[in-house]
Design a protein around this ligand. Structure first.
Ligand code: ADP
Ligand code: MG
Length: 682
């Protein structure tokens, strides 16, 4: 038996190279190995006799090798191994392409199970490249076979063998985080059964029993963690706040707040005067005016003698907030600074010193704002704009610094109500359900690439009328290693400015640029010096250029609905009516449904519900948009029942033992959950 923390390198066939490849899947020890669940399963349970095989059917047959296999060199680069196998009902002709070793792997007179797709040629039954093995240790035939997530250098059969060995070796070392009585009360299987059957189910029923247990466990532990965070919040003393005259702030605004904005501000100020730190989410569709709500909260905090941090997901957005808020705060006598990654060391040192001395009231920036080296004199409020990756763990990071500021999270990502329960288990929510007056309509069209000349003509006309436009190219994630993104965007921009819009000013923007460069371009675009901005999704969230009225989205099929909605929100922000053009040649029904939904509605909530229906919630969690741990097994669109059960169970257990003092394994799991997310801070 091996312990769960045993390094994978002890396993058969795992050397340095494969260990590195495994590490890419997050697998370093036995624990992470057996926690790497299959992403799908291949049903290979269908057994047929040779005579009953139908054309095109994929199935297993048990058959004996009737003649020694023969090797044929057809031409350079093409070798065939041919072999005839038989059972009581007939003959089957097998062909293997470029796998010469198979000639010696199949023995004349012995019986194997073959799994593959049957073809019928005249009267001859054939299979090409079937998977085969001997009956005594069936792993890949005659049963349900796991399909693992792959990475370069690792094949399915290697992973399957390795997981098999790993699971056998540590089966005895598994400890169940779920207390027995809980397991029994909720009809959950034993942990050993669960691991065995999530990897190597002996039937689909066993798989579903195993899966149900993991889903429950995952949701239960997450619920517990969120509740512990909430309990902790009740214990700490918040930065003290009292009534403040807000009228100077309102007087300095160029408009009056919408009803929804005022209501939201009231809720925030009330929270900040309460006996525990605020933890509020302000959720409002793109353009609903969240920034001013944040500004009001900041004003209130600063007038109460606290400092505030305003955190944006990208440097562009941080700079934009600084540009739009600094003049406002300035007239109010509030000192506001921007912390960027491109700052020179002496400049940065000075800024941090001022901050520590309390000479800066509001600091704007990215996640760097809550990093270790930044210390505040009196941090009273943290506002995160666009919620990305700010969650339980980030709060934990703040606590580790000894700070318990009020927290306000602004989000335009509309979360379907079904998900809100778990995601916001620890948040109070305000909703901005009203757009500022005078908003213009956005017409949305989905068109094939053949429309491009017409689209370009349309863009030209808009720009001639004094407007600006975005063109979005899909990109790989900013931290992905694919080199193409920069090239795609730059090349497209060059082509446009050279051939299509020779007399317009076209510029490119992408995630690989230095932030100073990005900022310069965004500023030039906001200032009207650039007519067309060709960009990756770095402009997805929050960018505000009211004069931009057209957004053209290339390869629209590559984006999720919520993302398309975010992108569309870049236009329709000023007094001109706007247009969103979705370009795609993809005809799949799923893609059509998505683009149609975009054309039909502008309501972010409706689109999010639709997204959930079309794609499942994987993306909500997969992208870690909410600072929550990615759920491995729980599919929240269909596991709501189980979610309710798990949430109640978490409440019950905490009611009996608030510190979980009797549940060591549970405590460990929760600690791991927090620790696993530290990386998301960067
Ligand atoms: P969000 O962050 O919610 O997408 P912003 O805060 O960027 O929206 O606001 C969008 C635009 O609306 C900005 O140009 C802002 O100045 C303007 N705005 C905000 N509140 C109001 C209001 N009450 N009346 C008129 N315009 C407003
Ligand atoms: Mg915003």
């Amino acid at each position: 038996m091996r312990e769960l923390d045993a390094d994978v390198r002890y396993l058969r066939g795992v050397g340095e190279q494969r260990a590195r490849a495994l590490a890419k899947l997050g697998i370093t020890d036995l624990k992470s190995l057996i926690s790497c669940f299959p992403r799908a399963y291949d049903d290979r349970t269908a057994m047929r006799t040779i005579a009953s095989l139908e054309a095109g059917e994929t199935a297993c047959v048990r058959a004996m090798v009737a003649q020694p296999p023969t090797l044929h060199r057809v031409r350079r680069g093409l070798e065939l191994v041919k072999v005839r196998v038989v059972d009581a009902t007939g003959s089957l002709y097998l062909t293997f392409f470029n796998q010469a070793y198979i000639r010696d792997a199949l023995h004349h007179g012995e019986t194997y199970t073959f799994y593959g797709k049957a073809e019928i040629n005249g009267t001859q039954r054939q299979m090409a490249n079937p998977v085969f093995e001997r009956e005594d240790a069936a792993q890949v035939t005659g049963r349900i076979v796991p399909i693992y997530p792959l990475t370069a250098g690792l094949g399915q059969s290697f992973l399957l063998r390795t997981v098999r060995q790993g699971l056998d070796d540590c089966m005895g070392a598994l400890t169940d985080p779920l207390p027995d009585e809980l397991r029994q009360a909720h009809n959950l299987c034993h942990i050993g059964f669960a691991y065995e059957n999530i990897h190597f189910p002996d039937s689909f029923e066993s798989l579903s029993i195993a899966r149900r247990r993991f889903v429950f466990e995952e949701l239960f532990i997450l619920s517990l963690a969120l509740r512990l965070v909430r309990a902790h919040r009740a214990e700490v003393t918040p930065p003290r706040c009292g009534a403040v005259d807000m009228s100077p702030f309102y007087a300095a605004l160029p408009f009056s707040l919408t009803g929804a904005q005022s209501r939201c501000v009231e809720e925030i100020l009330r929270d900040m005067c309460a006996a525990r730190p605020m933890n509020r989410l302000c959720q409002g569709d793109v353009g609903s005016g969240k920034t001013m709500v944040a500004a009001a909260a900041i004003y209130f905090a600063v007038r109460n003698g606290h400092q505030a941090a305003l955190m944006a997901p990208t440097e562009i957005l941080a700079a934009q907030h600084h540009t739009s808020l600094a003049p406002l705060f300035d007239t109010l006598g509030i000192r506001c600074a921007l912390l960027t990654g491109s700052m020179r060391a002496p400049q940065k040192r000075k800024l941090l010193a001022d901050l520590a001395a309390g000479e800066i009231d509001v600091l704007i920036g990215t996640h760097a704002l809550i990093s270790e080296q930044v210390s505040y004199r009196a941090l009273g409020l943290v506002v995160t704009d666009e919620q990305h990756r700010f969650g339980v763990q980030q709060r934990a990071a703040l606590w580790q610094k000894g700070a318990h500021p009020h927290i306000l999270v602004m989000s335009a990502t509309p979360i379907p109500r079904t998900l809100a329960l778990i995601i916001y288990g620890d948040l109070d929510v305000s909703v901005l359900d009203e757009l500022p007056p005078g908003r213009q309509s956005i017409s949305t069209y989905a068109v094939p690439t053949s429309y491009r000349p017409r689209i370009y003509a349309f863009l030209k006309k808009q720009i001639k009328d004094g407007r600006q436009g975005y063109i979005i190219c899909p990109m790989v994630e900013e931290n992905d290693e694919l080199p193409d993104e920069r090239k795609a965007v730059t090349a497209y921009a060059e082509q446009l400015s050279g051939e299509v819009f020779p007399d317009l000013h076209v510029a490119a923007l992408h995630g690989r640029m230095k932030s100073a460069e990005k900022e310069r371009i965004m500023r030039a675009f906001a200032g009207g010096e650039i007519d067309i901005l060709v960009s990756t999704t770095v402009v997805e969230v929050g960018v505000d250029v009211p004069n931009a009225t057209v957004i053209l989205i290339e390869n629209a099929e590559r984006f999720g609905l919520s993302q398309l909605h975010q992108l569309r929100g870049r236009v329709g922000r000023g007094q001109h009516s706007s247009h969103c053009i979705l370009v795609s040649d993809n005809d799949s029904p799923e893609c059509r449904a998505r683009l149609e939904a975009m054309c039909k509605t502008r309501d972010g909530f409706k689109l999010a519900e639709e997204d959930l229906r079309l794609r499942g919630p994987g993306d909500f969690f997969g992208a870690r948009q909410h600072g929550l741990p990615a759920l491995k097994v729980a599919d929240l669109s269909c596991d709501m029942q189980l979610l309710t059960e798990a949430t109640r169970a978490a409440e019950d257990i905490l009611a009996r033992d608030a510190a979980l003092s009797k549940y060591d394994t549970l405590r460990t799991r929760i600690a791991e959950l927090f620790a696993a997310q530290q990386g998301a801070l960067n």
